[in-house]
Design a binder for this molecule. Structure first.
Ligand code: PHE
Length: 403
């Protein structure tokens, strides 16, 4: 696609050697599911906003400003550098993200907006939006999903207001960094930020899933927070990771001009939350335009409990595909191709066999493709025809040799 331009949300971008967005992906940009009244993702957002603005207020005023219409087109700098992601970090791999060109990409997380929003002077905000990642194909992964991010910054006055003698406490000191705190933060700063963050998120999960919900905190790593955690909830017999969070790196906060404040941030995946909360079995359903899905959420109050009742499940068709791969091959290239050719008709793709020919040294992959339409039964002929198109496109575009 070198020398061409692509159009996204009314703007033109020149493509170059890094461009790896597919037309199938670009078609999703601007859909705005999270802002569509009656859509389950919109219900979830409104429940979370309600929690933050009622159960959790600052002297009677809503605390968090909501940004839910920021363009998903960001610079690499916003998505990575602004968040202190090292230049050689694995997350920058073109195998994992959708690059528009050498300057722009589709955001891989809503954290991409943290620095710029802090820079505008805000000290409490949420960002809700679509994010894009190249990934496997199964019932819980889709290359576009939605995140809700929140940031809260505190001045010393705000953070220590409930302490016995706040005048004696300070946010910063020259210290050492260890597992529990950053070098610039006092122990009190670190502890109070951790406490307010964790109780805010535990309260949110209880507001969504009920007061008896079991939860646990697990240590995590993000380049832009320290310390960092993930919150897991115990749901229907298993522990499920719900969100990532942590104390914002002071270097980031400083770089945004809020040098007299410290704060925390978290980011959660809305589909994952909605799938648990409403018993939605397949992530493709969020993109369904079928009334069988949408009517179950339309005209419902966002705060009434909803349990999705699966519209009849149609039979699946399974077809394998085997090919010799060129050296540069990566599975995510194949997954993108499958999505481009078959759209949402493929429910799952699994690499079931992989070997290297002992003489020629050539690699071979075998993938199992599970076909199933969400809304109707597929005939064997329809499946065969799509499968052949996938074989032909793979041979043509990925330089593989079908076996
Ligand atoms: N951006 C992180 C992710 O997508 C989540 C996160 C947000 C972690 C804010 C810490 C703070 O996984």
């Amino acid at each position: 696609s070198i020398g061409n331009t692509i159009e996204i949300l009314g703007k033109s971008y020149e493509t170059d050697h890094l461009t790896n967005t597919t037309p199938a992906i670009l078609k999703k940009v601007g859909t705005n599911l999270h802002n569509t009244p009656g859509h389950p993702l919109n219900h979830i957002c409104r429940r979370i906003e309600t929690y933050f603005n009622s159960a959790y207020v600052r002297r009677g005023n809503p605390r968090f400003s909501v940004y839910n219409r920021l363009s998903p087109v960001v610079t690499h700098e916003q998505n990575f550098d602004s968040l202190l992601v090292p230049a050689n970090h694995v997350s920058r791999s073109p195998q994992d993200s959708y690059y528009i060109n050498s300057e722009y990409m589709l955001r891989a997380h809503t954290s991409a907006h943290q620095r710029d929003l802090v820079r505008t002077g805000l000290d409490a905000f949420m960002v809700i939006g679509d994010v894009y990642r190249r990934d496997a194909i199964d019932s819980t992964h889709y290359p576009v999903f939605h995140q809700l991010e929140a940031v809260q910054l505190f001045s010393d006055f705000e953070l220590f207001s409930d302490m016995p003698n706040p005048e004696s406490m300070s946010l910063f000191e020259p210290g050492v960094r260890d597992d529990n705190k950053q070098e610039r933060h006092t122990l009190q700063t670190a502890l109070l930020l951790e406490q307010t963050l964790k109780s805010c998120l535990e309260g949110l999960m209880r507001a969504l899933f009920g007061q008896d919900l079991q939860m646990r905190w697990v240590g995590a790593y993000f380049p832009f927070t320290h310390p960092s955690w993930e919150l897991e909830i115990f749901y229907q017999g298993e522990w499920v990771e719900m969100l990532g969070c942590g104390v914002m790196e002071q270097k980031l906060v400083d770089s945004a001009g809020a040098t007299d404040k410290a704060g925390w941030a978290f980011g959660l995946g809305l589909e994952r939350l909605a799938m648990k909360l409403y018993s939605i079995p397949d992530i493709r359903l969020f993109w369904s335009t079928d009334s069988g899905f949408l009517t179950q959420f339309k005209n419902k109050n966002f705060d009434e409990p909803i349990t999705y009742k699966p519209v009849s499940k149609h039979p699946q068709c399974v077809n394998d595909i085997s090919f010799w791969i060129p050296e540069s091959f990566s599975s995510n290239d194949f997954y993108d191709l499958v999505r481009s050719v078959a759209g949402d008709l493929v429910e799952q793709v699994t690499l079931i066999d992989e070997f290297v020919h002992p003489k020629t040294g050539r690699g071979s992959h075998c993938y199992r493709l599970v076909y199933r339409h969400m809304e109707k039964a597929l005939t064997q002929e329809e499946v065969n025809s799509i499968h052949q198109q996938i074989e032909a496109s793979a041979a043509e575009q990925l330089d593989v040799q079908i076996r």
